[in-house]
Write a protein that binds this ligand. Structure first.
Ligand SMILES: Cc1ncc(C[n+]2csc(CCOP(=O)(O)OP(=O)(O)O)c2C)c(N)n1
Ligand SMILES: [Mg+2]
Length: 583
């Protein structure tokens, strides 16, 4: 190692090689919230800019919650994990909830945090020079994120900067994908090395490992089981993360006559126009089913309330069928297959096409008649539900979603964080195209603003519509969301569904204590009140168009104004007053 102050023109800092490693790995963006730990990275970014060298593009995020969810959404849409750079343990702590969401969503992201300097007396470039360097050096900093990472490490030396980046990149993109965490000691980033000392590590030699399909014998067995079934059904939650899988599932349902249910879906998994799409309550199909499939789902139903028939044979196919990150799981299946469901479904289709008989297709045609009738009934029921506009000060949430549905495009992307209004969003925002509906698989609220920005970054042509509760909006660090929307020219459209508090918390109490004191006194400590609650003005403060709608008759014109603003490059926030959870 050489010291950077020595007159050695040929040396470069570890930070320089680290940034080069990120570029070589294909990391396009660093979603950043910076601090004293990043001094040499900041210096190298400025130097690279001055010298015309390529680095990842920096997206400055005033809050880490936005950074981590932006990176997650970008990866969910493009398949490419990005970098998030935060400040020591403090920034890591703010990003942890996002790590929980991304880990549960199996999305790759490289979270990086600088580490406080370890030298106290000025021994090295980057030694402690500030009060916070003494207090931001906890024992086992990585323990903050360890439950939510596949891999974590601390950069031991600039010599291995590129090898470490490659390793992090390959691990996060290997199946099942997920977040990784790397810490960067300040003095290590400031070390200097000769370029020939720092090797590159190619994707060809060190790239990710993917799970494929299953054996032909197994595919045949499953195909025959489905062909022989009297009335098969399927439950999925995140199969729609792949457009290929989405399309293959639609085709398979038609070929084999399989009723498809989504449960707690984080993606739209089948076109709502497909007659075999049977809604969001799998338990409705249990009675008739002799063969069932779980395909890309972590929680297919709630066992406390829904029990499949004992004679039903369940086939389970997933990138992670053992659910390695769930201490308990609790769903009995008869066949368990680890596979990439997109390639597996394509293979199954091929095999099944060679096995179906005219007799089977006649049986499917008969079932199809029933499916068409149920599909039509469902559509009519939903139409009826949304036809009632509601009152001034209590707009019907189904009417809200149906009105919005008529005004958005089929390739627009909806981010769902509507919580107890999720059924309205799922039923009335009719998403027929793959990758046009997303939610978090995790349970940490406040994801949808950052995610909406990440989708807009990944697909600037699509409109991105964020559906969020009033509680969720508070969690989303909204001043940071609209600051980034403005600075990065990422106009998103936020719809705040305001019911005056946390309906989910109220309902949870009633489920456990239906006749308790909370129920009798109607006191759930779930009220979000105050003389002024102008969520739209939070957006306005950072350049967004703002609307507040109390009257259902004003809804469509307000949506149109918001969409016009978004189309002209300005974010929009529309607060809609729905019935309050407290009278
Ligand atoms: C970070 C975080 N804190 C708390 C919760 C618990 N929680 C779940 S739903 C909910 C209420 C959300 O309120 P809102 O977004 O208004 O939706 P509503 O329940 O009214 O439909 C809360 C507080 C959570 N999931 N995540
Ligand atoms: Mg609410």
């Amino acid at each position: 190692m050489t010291h950077p102050s020595e007159p050695h023109t040929s040396t470069e800092s570890s930070a320089h090689f680290f940034l080069e490693g990120l570029v070589e790995a294909g990391i396009e963006y660093l979603f950043c919230n910076l601090g004293t730990d990043h001094a040499t990275l900041i210096e190298e970014l400025a130097r690279a800019k001055a010298l015309g060298r390529k680095t990842p593009t920096i997206i400055t995020c005033p809050h880490e919650n936005v950074a981590i969810h932006m990176a997650g959404a970008y990866a969910a849409l493009t398949g490419k994990g990005q970098g998030v750079l935060v400040h020591v343990d403090a920034g890591t702590a703010n990003a942890v909830m996002g790590m929980h969401n991304l880990m549960r969503s199996r999305v790759p992201v490289l979270l990086m945090a600088g580490r406080s300097p370890h030298t106290v007396h000025g021994e090295l470039v980057g030694s402690r020079d500030n009060y916070v360097h003494f207090v931001q050096d906890p024992f086992d900093m990585a323990s903050l994120v360890r439950p939510y990472t596949k891999w974590e490490y601390s950069l031991p030396s600039g010599v291995v900067a590129k090898e470490v980046v490659r390793r992090a990149h390959s691990v996060m993109h290997s199946d099942p994908q997920g977040p990784v965490y790397l810490t960067l000691p300040r003095e290590t980033l400031a070390e200097a090395w000769e370029p020939q000392q720092v090797q590159s590590f190619s994707a060809e030699g060190y790239g990710p490992v993917h799970v494929g399909s299953s054996s032909l014998a197994q595919l045949k067995a499953v195909a025959l089981q489905l062909i022989q079934a009297q009335d098969p059904m399927l439950v999925t939650s995140y199969l729609g993360r792949s457009a290929t899988a989405f399309n293959a599932l639609g085709e398979l349902a038609e070929l084999l006559g399989i009723r498809v249910y989504e449960y707690s879906s984080t993606h739209n998994c089948i076109s709502r126009e497909n007659v075999w799409f049977s809604g969001f309550d799998p338990s409705r199909g249990f009675g008739q089913t002799d063969v069932g499939m779980l395909l890309d789902t972590d929680v297919p139903w709630l066992p406390k309330y829904s029990k499949p028939e004992s004679h039903t044979q369940w086939i389970h196919v997933d990138i992670d069928p053992i659910k390695k990150d769930f201490p308990l799981w609790g769903f009995a299946t008869h066949t368990r297959i680890q596979a990439n469901t997109a390639t597996w479904l394509l293979d199954l289709l091929e095999v099944a096409k060679g096995l179906v008989t005219p007799e089977h297709q006649a049986r499917v045609a008969k079932r199809r008649e029933q499916a068409v009738s149920l599909h039509t009934q469902r559509a009519q029921k939903l139409k009826g539900e949304a036809s009632e506009a509601g009152q001034v000060g209590a707009i019907n949430p189904s009417f809200l979603c149906q009105t919005l549905n008529a005004l958005i495009g089929e390739d627009d992307i909806v981010v769902n964080e509507a919580i107890r209004h999720s059924p309205n969003v799922m039923n009335h925002l009719v998403r027929n195209r793959p990758q046009t509906l997303f939610a978090s698989a995790g349970g940490g609220l406040g994801y949808s603003g950052g995610m909406a920005l990440g989708f807009k970054l990944a697909n600037p042509k699509a409109r991105v519509i964020q559906m969020v509760g009033d509680g969720g909006f508070h969690f989303s660090t909204p001043s940071s969301v609209y600051a980034v929307a403005q600075a990065q020219k990422l106009p998103i459209f936020t719809v705040v569904i305001d019911n005056g508090g946390w309906q989910a918390v109220k309902e949870a109490t009633l489920r456990v204590h239906p006749d308790g004191y909370a129920a009798k006194t109607q006191e759930f400590n779930a009220r979000l009140s105050g003389e002024k609650r102008n969520f739209e003005m939070v957006g306005q403060a950072f350049g967004a168009h703002a609307e507040r709608v109390d009257d259902p008759a004003q809804l469509a014109p307000a949506i149109k104004r918001c969409l016009a603003a978004v189309d002209q490059g300005q974010a929009a926030v529309m607060v809609v007053q729905v019935p309050k959870l407290y009278n």
